[in-house]
Design a protein around this ligand. Sequence first.
Ligand code: ADP
Ligand code: MG
Length: 260
Amino acid sequence: METRPETPLETLLEIRGLEVTFDGFRALGGVDLSVGKGEMRFLIGPNGAGKTTLIDVITGLTKPSAGSVVFGGQELVGRKEHEVVRLGVGRTFQTSVVFEELTVLENLDLAASFRRPLWSLLRRRRGVSEAVERALETTGMSALAASRAGVLSHGQRQWLEIGMLIAQAPRLLLLDEPVAGMAQDERARTGELLTEVARDHTVIVVEHDMDFLRRYASQVTVLHEGKVLMEGSMEQVSADPRVQEIYLGRAREGAEDAVR
Ligand code: ADP
Ligand code: MG
């Protein structure tokens, strides 16, 4: 069995005692999570486990009632969303942020400009910036650069969104269910894309499709009812009776995230 060497990674994200309550309902009940620089961590768990809420807290969208999120040595709790982006945390949303009337290239260029100072936006630039070029290459969308985003397939649109994140040169990427609604060939392409992105980024991927996880996940954190149930390699996690129970239990109820 292939295991990672036990050399300690430099910690990029350190979450401690995170609690979130919505009208008395505890969506997160004391989450601790450390992610090392350069890691690709999969965050899994059934619907309602608190995965999106955790991403919302990291990115400043949701305020926790307790706990801390330290990113690159800086506390993120209490910061506004745009400050978190500026510190180098990029995320995808479950709803699309692509401008349909603009081309793929224009969408990427706009995303890349997000962290540029205002004066540089006022200057007319010729050609394609290095950040945009890199995003086009990584996502394999160079041939679609001049296409209007509105004509893209669902999968291509997801890749564009990942490209838009890369163009912002984040230190941490948070991807919330990037293969949801994708056909099988698009899933495979996305798995390869994530592997490629993870070569030079730290990435947290929320996913609950077991087939996809078995193929592309190595380090996995399982969230269940607002708490970390366990952490380990995909082999360890998928062999754990508690994990099998929460997934198979759902399967018996006929939930959509059934293990096949
Ligand atoms: P996941 O992404 O793992 O499916 P979520 O983080 O979206 O789960 O949700 C965790 C729990 O918190 C769910 O029970 C959900 O209904 C609840 N929840 C999430 N956001 C809100 C909100 N804004 N107001 C009230 N309850 C919420
Ligand atoms: Mg979610």
